[in-house]
Design a protein around this ligand. Structure first.
Ligand SMILES: [Zn+2]
Length: 122
């Protein structure tokens, strides 16, 4: 049995479009989050009160956490697009098994099957 053709092209085209749109959206969001970082604010007062410093630190940490999360997402979407390019979309990048199509329908950017993603979370 030939497993190389997993997804028909007619299905891959909308998936690819979705991934590209999401990727663009994620990049935009990340950019605006990074700009909202209080540490990036050039008008930032040097003579901060302690409370202001704390607020800025919290704001900065939140921004960093969000940006980190978005970076991960961006990598994931780029990976999924790369899988389409090499004709391996829907195949687990770790074990080579087919990824459950119900999971892909919910999260088209995933590149790991359910058992591998569970192992990776451990
Ligand atoms: Zn797997």
């Amino acid at each position: 049995m030939n497993n190389s053709v997993v997804f028909p092209k007619s299905l891959l085209i909308p998936i690819k479009g979705f991934l590209q749109n999401e990727l663009a959206r994620l990049r935009k969001t990340k950019h605006s989050i990074e700009k909202s970082d209080p540490f990036m604010n050039s008008d930032r007062t040097v003579q901060n009160s302690v409370e202001e410093d704390v607020d800025e630190q919290i704001g900065h940490n939140e921004t960093q956490a969000k940006a980190k999360f978005l970076s991960k997402q961006i990598v994931q979407f780029r990976k999924a697009l790369a899988r389409i390019k090499i004709g391996k979309y829907g195949v687990c990048e770790r074990c080579g098994q087919m990824i459950d199509t119900d999971r892909l329908a919910v999260r088209p950017e995933i590149t790991l099957c359910i058992s591998c993603s569970k192992e990776m979370d451990d």
